[in-house]
Design a protein around this ligand. Structure first.
Ligand code: SF4
Length: 179
């Protein structure tokens, strides 16, 4: 029997490229992204992640959108640049939810699609995941989804499936990515 893995998914495109890399696990998707600036955008990204869950026939759990709590968690770091300390808090915010959910569901491992992004440092994400896992008594499954051409595969598959691909990371402070 395959070991269960709770996979935190940030959006459909990152999910579609990441899931094949953990095919040896029984994957349950977990959409928890209160960092996203508006409810409309949250729902758009959820719809894309949900389409991916149907495509791979995987269960998906949708976490409630609570941007107010997320804003509280990054207070004072609003003007930090991307990849700075706000982003570290942001990863931790989602990972704490994922670790709690894994514990609640009796799933030993959790991980995140965030490492597939070329805009993020995989080692930093993995280290935060490991720290949070240790705090909550679950294990962060160490995998760098950027490996083996992960990002390019995700772009290709997203186009094939016609998935919505956002042009900015998520929070209102990353809005400048929008061109
Ligand atoms: S830029 Fe992205 S990773 Fe950084 S705080 Fe905003 S949503 Fe989170």
């Amino acid at each position: 029997m395959k070991e269960k893995l709770l996979l935190h998914v940030c959006c459909g495109p990152c999910a579609v490229g990441s899931i094949p890399a953990v095919d040896d696990m029984d994957v349950v998707l977990y959409f928890a992204n209160s960092n996203i600036d508006t409810n409309d955008e949250f729902e758009k990204r959820f719809d894309a992640a949900n389409a991916v869950s149907s495509y791979y026939k995987k269960e998906i759990i949708k976490e409630e959108y609570n941007h107010g709590d997320w804003l509280d968690s990054i207070k004072g770091l609003e003007n930090e640049p991307e990849k700075g300390s706000r982003c570290l808090k942001c990863f931790r915010f989602s990972f704490e939810l994922a670790a709690k959910k894994a514990k609640e569901e009796g799933i030993k491992y959790f991980t995140s699609t965030l490492t597939i992004s070329p805009h993020k440092n995989s080692n930093v994400i993995i280290n935060i995941g490991k720290e949070v896992g240790a705090e909550y008594g679950v294990e962060y499954y160490e995998h760098d989804f950027a490996k083996n051409n992960g990002y390019n595969n995700s772009v290709k598959l997203s186009k094939e499936l016609g998935l919505y691909r956002q042009k900015y990371c998520g929070c209102e402070y990353s809005i400048w990515w929008k061109k």
